[in-house]
Design a protein around this ligand. Structure first.
Ligand code: SAM
Length: 181
């Protein structure tokens, strides 16, 4: 975490937007089947039980641990549960810090982040240069929603979202088509 000014940017209200199903299901093509030879477990560290990451992965048979700031589980100080993958949409304002901790943890991960500014700092340049990683790029922009009670898209960012992954995709860049409904 050193070097990033977490306290200045944490809890930004811009961090409260939620991911629609169509942006989550493309990941399923790249995860092993949930019961191939043993259960596959996923930690969703920015997610309540309402999160569609949590609900979709459970629906497809994965074992999911959901943790979130609101239940006292700060990603940066929470000991990772035993898991095979770490997958979520992290707080926008903390994406550099989140990716840095994930690279340090060394587990396979996929994080949905805005592409704007992703590589635009010396610190991130050095972080990405130091690690192998993969990108999942979509044909359409993801529109997010603001309330689990009303999952109608309400936030259309003027930039693309991509998954930054490690140890999940078969090559450096994977292009996926999404069907927005
Ligand atoms: C962009 S939202 C995405 C929520 C959910 N992952 C989804 O995609 O629907 C990021 C969430 O992370 C939460 N959050 C912010 N800082 C956190 C932290 N340090 N540890 C855990 N959760 C955090 C925010 O309150 C917010 O609900």
């Amino acid at each position: 975490m050193s070097g990033f000014k977490v306290a200045e940017v944490a809890n930004s209200k811009n961090d409260e937007f939620y991911t629609p199903a169509y942006a989550i299901t493309p990941l399923l093509r790249h995860l092993p089947p949930p019961y191939s030879d043993r259960p596959i477990s996923i930690w969703c560290p920015f997610d309540t039980e309402e999160s569609l990451f949590v609900r979709i992965f459970r629906l497809f048979g994965y074992q999911v641990t959901a943790t979130h700031l609101s239940t006292g589980k700060d990603f940066f100080s929470t000991e990772p549960p035993a898991c095979d993958y770490i997958i979520s949409n992290p707080p926008y304002s903390l994406k550099g810090e989140v990716l840095e901790r994930l690279f340090d943890l060394g587990k396979p991960f996929a994080m949905l982040v805005g592409v704007v500014g992703l590589f635009e700092s010396q610190r991130r340049f050095e972080m990405f240069r130091a690690h192998d990683f993969e990108i999942m790029y979509f044909n359409r922009r993801v529109a997010y929603f603001k309330s689990y009670e009303d999952p109608a898209p309400s936030l259309n960012p003027p930039f693309s979202s991509v998954y930054v992954c490690k140890g999940i995709l078969p090559k450096t860049i994977v292009f996926e088509e999404i069907a927005k409904r």
